[in-house]
Design a protein around this ligand. Sequence first.
Ligand SMILES: *[C@@H]1O[C@H](CO)[C@@H](O)[C@H](O)[C@H]1NC(C)=O
Ligand SMILES: *[C@@H]1O[C@H](CO)[C@@H](O)[C@H](O)[C@H]1NC(C)=O
Ligand SMILES: *[C@@H]1O[C@H](CO)[C@@H](O)[C@H](O)[C@H]1NC(C)=O
Ligand SMILES: *[C@@H]1O[C@H](CO)[C@@H](O)[C@H](O)[C@H]1NC(C)=O
Length: 479
Amino acid sequence: MFHIILNVLICLPIICGADYTNRINPHKNWGEWEGWGTSLAWWANVLGDRDDVADLMFTTKLIQYNNQSVPGLGLNIIRYNVGGCSANSIGADHMIASPKIPKFKQIEGFWLNWDSDDPQSKSWDWSVDKKQRLMVQKAQDRGVDQIELFSNSPMWWMLYDHNPSGAPNGGENLQTWNYQKFAVYLATVAKYAVDHWNVTFRSVEAFNEASSMSWTSEGNQEGCHIGSEAQQKVIMYLRDELNKRGLNETLVSASDEVTVDSAIKMWESFPQSVRATVGRVNVHGYGYFYGKRDKLYDLVRKDNKPIWTSEYGEGDGTGLPMAQNLNLDLFWMHTTAWVYWQTFDSSQGWGMIHADLEKGSTGVVAAKYYVMAQYSRHIRKGMLIVESDRSDSVAAYDQSNRRLVIVTLNIGDDSQNITYDLSQFGRITDGSVSRWTTTPDDKQHYVFDNKLNVKAKTLNAVLNKKSIHTIVIENVFIQ
Ligand SMILES: *[C@@H]1O[C@H](CO)[C@@H](O)[C@H](O)[C@H]1NC(C)=O
Ligand SMILES: *[C@@H]1O[C@H](CO)[C@@H](O)[C@H](O)[C@H]1NC(C)=O
Ligand SMILES: *[C@@H]1O[C@H](CO)[C@@H](O)[C@H](O)[C@H]1NC(C)=O
Ligand SMILES: *[C@@H]1O[C@H](CO)[C@@H](O)[C@H](O)[C@H]1NC(C)=O
């Protein structure tokens, strides 16, 4: 996570303003949707023992929360953050903590010293990081089926300055002689999780925005600069260490760069052997409206890899810029999953549900939460993302239930009368359809109506200014 406060809605002419027709074409699709998610890390380190929190995130039930009935988001992806911190000394060496890092962002790591690689030895402490691990279990019990292991920093003792927030100047901090040890650490945790936690990680990501120079010893979170050369070596070691432990099916994902453009740069720097070893490209959305999403897609498609938006966040609690960027990710980059950073967060507007992570309390459900629900409750894993003419709509088709879902954002200051052209579909029964709407300014949150009608493969819908709606049409045939 990289703090940029975003409080302007950018209104691109193509998606603001006038009424328009959008054609949805099921004969062109971008593959199966893998799902929606959140990283655990800080919030789960604090709230990991709460069942209501897990219900809100990982079920689609109506949850009683703060005397309100709140629809669960039904996320099916989590990212478990393996820590780099530990309190023990190794001889005269010990961890150096940045003066600015709060306790709840210090994630406890399992490997205490370099004496032994054997996970059963005293060099490892498997009792730490209880709360985050508890939330992994709660998530899996509720149906989460894709879990990624990710690291913000290697263990402190693998670092030149022993500080898991970064090097003094933001430069390389992973000791060259520990590239392989770092891979051993990640692979050992992945293997231990299979054997002892009943958790099989789908993928392992060793880096977090690692080409950025902003991870310094004065930072307020875990972070580590790892440049391209070092990344390449760690990727090859990691593949090898996973295979050695029989985890051949676990993908190595890379590189969780901070923006699309830095992901392009990193990918272009990798030789073919490294690209072939990476199983999936993860990228963060902190470039917001900027960045060559289509270029990253073209590059990565050549190597036949999927792309995930593996992190996104900003401080606008309406959720509308989030929806706008999410739509751009799907339209231009064809990401197959979309993962928010911290769904519970103390920073203003960042959390979908406000939380004071210092105190351990949770608060108000932001409009952003309901904007997420507009997508995550209806576009489900396994559905096909089908072609929409315009980036203000995401359309998904459920082949087994013959259901079409369209999520449309109106970011503008006027209402829009939108015509959906469904002529490319086979048969669609005329009649009323379901719709949910969120209008943050009016405090209308995920409100249901069935007033819209489809007729002769056409649907008209008026969308309030600054709002998002989800239309669900049943009995839709492609042929
Ligand atoms: C929920 O309602 C009860 C009873 O009306 C009240 O005492 C309590 O303060 C409310 N809690 C919140 C978080 O609003
Ligand atoms: C392990 O996890 C799987 C999948 O989440 C679940 O179906 C199974 O019941 C779990 N097994 C145990 C022993 O908890
Ligand atoms: C997994 O990788 C190891 C090491 O490369 C190899 O020996 C083994 O045959 C692989 N197993 C499977 C099932 O592919
Ligand atoms: C929306 O546009 C359609 C098609 O042009 C039209 O039939 C309908 O009356 C319009 N609805 C409103 C509320 O303006």
